[in-house]
Design a binder for this molecule. Structure first.
Ligand SMILES: Cc1ncc(COP(=O)(O)O)c(C=O)c1O
Length: 402
């Protein structure tokens, strides 16, 4: 009898997700998992047989398809094939992996770095290896889901402070047991809002209360700082973060994640993090592509300035039209629609006019704060941004948002 009931509970859960998607599909408002058929160059992609302007890409510097990066990936396949011989700790490590990790450490001005098979897994590994039961991990309330999952996996006391509120962070640090090991984890740039953590104050507080500091730079590398080195460069700080986490799937057009820091921390990860020990190494093409991308960022620093100009043009234009872009300061530009239905409606109008943008709705963001999560990239031209603004204006008026 009990088994039947638990089976029914899962069946009800399946039905909930089917109903939710089907309701949207019936109203022509389902936009998730649409396959891109072709990258057409610049910021243009082909979907459903139509060429659209991409305003939902994390490829902030427009490096997907860069000829030097593609060439490096192809050469790696010729040299090493398409897979590795297993996990990194045993036979999976290639010279490509050690070269990539040296490149990352150099780019992030740290002693060493380690790579994992995704950014998500990197955050799971980072938090669950740094802290455990009887320790305390303190997070910004809007940290990425992968950090939250890492905290839950770690078994440490999991405490959250109000978003970017330094008084509340201090309260959490004061409340933690003085003898407990403490780790503070924050996003550099918040992935749904585009605002930047108050790093100088976070660093001061971590030092004052003896906490280690980890920062997720998924949306910071290539975006913040004059040369795209990230949040420390943005604030003109030296090497102040204990553990710098980043992905290889956004500005860096590959897949994977990394942690960069002092030698002894990275040494611990190489021997104690389960995601490194029990999961396969990055494939050769992806490791080579990532390494080449860091080199391209060094060789073509002007892309960072172009991205900043594009973000200012897009954000300024939206504000002038009367949209609420929340607290963003970066290339992630939320366009607040409030109700989920309004966000879906906006997307339908925009995609109808060949602007590819996507909605973010609850539970990814709190109810009543649904938005378009538009992103700008360095390969948008000013004319393309103007065209998107014209489409947004028309869509915003039809949906009753402006
Ligand atoms: C802030 C942040 N951290 C981590 C991740 C996970 O990275 P990946 O997609 O490379 O697994 C993401 C990506 O969605 C992110 O936005």
């Amino acid at each position: 009898m009990e088994m039947v009931m638990s089976h029914d509970k899962i069946a009800a859960r399946l039905q909930f997700w089917l109903d939710r998607a089907n309701r949207l599909k019936d109203d022509d408002l389902y936009f998730f998992n649409q396959p891109i058929e072709e990258i057409c160059g610049g910021a243009r992609v082909r979907l459903k047989g139509r060429e659209m302007l991409m305003f939902a890409s994390y490829s902030y510097l427009g490096l997907i398809g860069h000829p030097k990066i593609n060439a490096a990936a192809k050469a790696a396949i010729d040299e090493f094939g398409t897979g590795t011989h297993g996990v990194r700790l045993l036979a999976g490590t290639l010279t490509l992996h050690t070269e990539l990790e040296e490149t990352i450490a150099d780019f992030k001005s740290t002693e060493d770095a380690i790579t994992f098979s995704s950014g998500y897994v990197t955050n799971l590994a980072a938090v669950s290896t740094m802290v455990m039961r009887h320790d305390v991990v303190i997070c910004d309330k809007l940290n990425h889901a992968s950090i939250v999952d890492g905290c839950l996996l770690s078994g440490a006391d999991f405490v959250r402070f109000k978003h970017n509120d330094m008084t509340d962070l201090e309260r959490c640090l004061q409340k933690a047991d003085a003898d407990a090991a403490k780790l503070v984890v924050v996003d550099a740039v918040f992935s749904m809002d585009g605002d930047i953590i108050n790093l100088p104050r976070v660093v001061e507080l971590c030092r004052q209360y003896g906490a280690y500091l980890m920062v997720d730079e998924a949306h910071s590398v290539g975006v913040l700082g004059a040369t795209g080195r990230g949040i420390e460069e943005h604030f003109g700080l030296g090497n102040v973060i204990d553990l710098k986490m980043g992905t290889l799937s956004k500005t860096i057009p590959s897949v994977g994640g990394y942690l960069a820091g002092k030698k002894d921390i990275i040494h611990m990860f190489r021997h104690a993090s389960r995601a490194f020990i029990f999961s396969a190494a990055l494939p050769p093409a992806q490791a080579a592509a990532a390494k080449a991308a860091f080199q391209v960022m060094r060789d073509e620093p002007e892309r960072v300035e172009t991205l900043r100009r594009n973000a200012a043009q897009f954000m300024g234009g939206l504000k002038q039209l009367g949209f609420d872009t929340m607290q963003t300061e970066t290339a992630i530009v939320p366009v607040l629609c409030r109700a989920d239905e309004k966000a879906f409606e906006m997307v339908r109008y925009c995609q109808h006019d060949d602007i590819f943008v996507l909605p973010v709705v609850s539970p990814a963001v709190p109810e009543g704060l649904a938005r378009l999560r538009a992103t700008v990239i360095a390969t948008h031209t000013p004319a393309e941004i103007d065209r998107a603004l014209t489409v947004f204006e028309r869509a915003g008026k039809r949906a009753g948002i402006i």
